[in-house]
Design a protein. Sequence first.
Length: 152
Amino acid sequence: MSHHAAHQAPGTGGAAPDARPVSGWAAGGAMFAGVLLVVEGMTGILQGIVAISKDHIYGRVGDYTYAFSLTAWGWIHLILGILIAFTGYGILSGAQWARIAGIVLASLSVVLQFMFLPYQPIWGVVSIGIGLFVIWALATYSGKRATATEVL
C-alpha cells in the first residue's frame, strides 16, 4: 500500500470529499437562476425606464422611510437591471465570476425591492421570492457537472 493510498477515505477512490460533482437538480437550479436573473434584469430595466420618464404608473408614497425621488428609483432599477441581466447571461454562459456576482446582486435586489414595496407591493414580494431562490440556487451549486450515472 503506497503512502498516498493510506490517507484515502474508504470508497472515495482518491477524490477529496468536497470534489464530488453536484446533482442534476443543483445544476438545473443554477440554470433556472440564470434565466431568472436575465428576466429580473429586463424587468428592472423596464421599471427604471418607466420611473425615469416620470410615468404615472407608480403612485405617490406619503411619508415612507425609504422615499427617494421616482427619478432616483428609476436610475437604481435601470443600472441594477443591466447588471443583473448581464450576470444572468454570464451564469448561462458558464462564467465562474457570475455565480458570486449573482449572489451579491440578487441580495442587493432583495433589499432594494423591500425598500420599493410601497410603489409595487405585489411585484416587490414576487421579486423578493425570486431573489431568495436565486441566492439559494447559486450558493448550493459548485459549478461542477455530474455524470449521468451520478445523477441517477
